[in-house]
Design a binder for this molecule. Sequence first.
Ligand SMILES: CC(C)(COP(=O)(O)OP(=O)(O)OC[C@H]1O[C@@H](n2cnc3c(N)ncnc32)[C@H](O)[C@@H]1OP(=O)(O)O)[C@@H](O)C(=O)NCCC(=O)NCCS
Length: 210
Amino acid sequence: MYEICTETEADEYEVETLYDLCFAPGRTALSSYRLRDGVPRVADLCLVLRDPGGIVVAAIRFWPARIEPAAVLLLGPIAVHPTAQGEGLGGLLMRDSLTRARAMGWDRVLLVGDAPYYSRFGFQRLDGVVMPPPTNPDRVLGLELRPGAWVGIAGPVTREETPAAASGLADGAGASHIRSDCSEIEHPREAAHGVQSANGSAADHRSRRA
Ligand SMILES: CC(C)(COP(=O)(O)OP(=O)(O)OC[C@H]1O[C@@H](n2cnc3c(N)ncnc32)[C@H](O)[C@@H]1OP(=O)(O)O)[C@@H](O)C(=O)NCCC(=O)NCCS
């Protein structure tokens, strides 16, 4: 079985190594990282996926950010190990984390990425939302977790200076968990041949504390 866990400090090295492998050198020089520097991640949404051998094959992280006066959830980075790409694992992490974000009370999600990939999860180009330069505006995408959540939201995206006060963060703020919250899941290929939850969320699978 595969296992999805919330990221802990013990996972940090493996997750960073995966990101280094999957992204071009100098990824942390990207403008979106300026919104993350020194800001605690949304710990309940940062997920690590391990294969049956315990190897980290995919990871996703989220940060709080603002488009004043609104709180926004900044998705990314997400990465799947090159040997496991195209197997549905990225989609699994996307759907699982977005289900959790909705349950936590977040209203809107923002990311910088390829529209042809993220549109399958409902992301659309955001007009008038400005990421720190240089960012291609065509890659600034948003998803509403509540109907109308992006209506009237425009302007520069800024750092969340008071993460604990951000919407939906009451229990979720912090760089990482001390104990991980894990769920065993089937690989999407195997799940496609068996019983799968309606939304593909691992939140429906057997959960345990590690
Ligand atoms: C992008 C990424 C997270 C997708 O995860 P994945 O597990 O490989 O993707 P899935 O198996 O869920 O989905 C595969 C589908 O997405 C498509 N896809 C993957 N990356 C894409 C991209 N950048 N643009 C458009 N489509 C893409 C594949 O062509 C495939 O399409 P199909 O379903 O029509 O066959 C993963 O490929 C990855 O880590 N890439 C390198 C790091 C990266 O680019 N991260 C995202 C930054 S924006």
